[in-house]
Write a protein that binds this ligand. Structure first.
Ligand SMILES: [Fe+2]
Ligand SMILES: [Fe+2]
Length: 133
């Protein structure tokens, strides 16, 4: 699996949110590396748990920032975040039941989802923040 590479147009100009986005990209890449190295299940489990908790924290913080400025696309955006969490939770539940192939799918999904989300939905929010008064 190709590692995620940070794209210049993902930069929102919001220090905290940008930092969290970068950390998520790093965490996905680290998880992919650990998986390729064939690390023990517990180590991989710790990485994926960290990524999930971190993503939730980021989603809540981003949604709070949207709410604070009356962002009109808030509910659509929140639905995208929830859908992402739900899909990953579903896949992880199956992985925990013993389907080891699913972790690759989780990483691939997160990689795909984040690339698409940063380039579109999150970018629209940063454009809204920077809209002319
Ligand atoms: Fe978002
Ligand atoms: Fe985001």
């Amino acid at each position: 699996m190709e590692p995620m590479v940070w794209q210049g147009n993902w930069e929102m100009g919001e220090t905290r949110l940008d930092g969290q986005h970068r950390a998520m990209v790093r965490a996905i890449n680290l998880l992919a590396t650990r998986l390729q190295e064939g690390r023990p299940r517990e180590g991989v489990n710790r990485s994926i748990t960290f990524l999930m908790i971190y993503a939730e924290l980021h989603f809540r913080e981003e949604e709070a920032a949207m709410e604070a400025c009356g962002y009109p696309e808030l509910s659509v955006h929140v639905a995208q975040h929830r859908e992402c969490s739900r899909r990953i939770e579903d896949m992880l539940a199956k992985w925990r039941e013993g389907d080891s192939g699913l972790l690759t799918e989780v990483i691939a999904f997160f990689n795909y989802w984040l690339t698409e989300h940063l380039g579109n939905a999150d970018r629209r929010f940063s454009e809204y923040l920077r809209r002319p008064a």
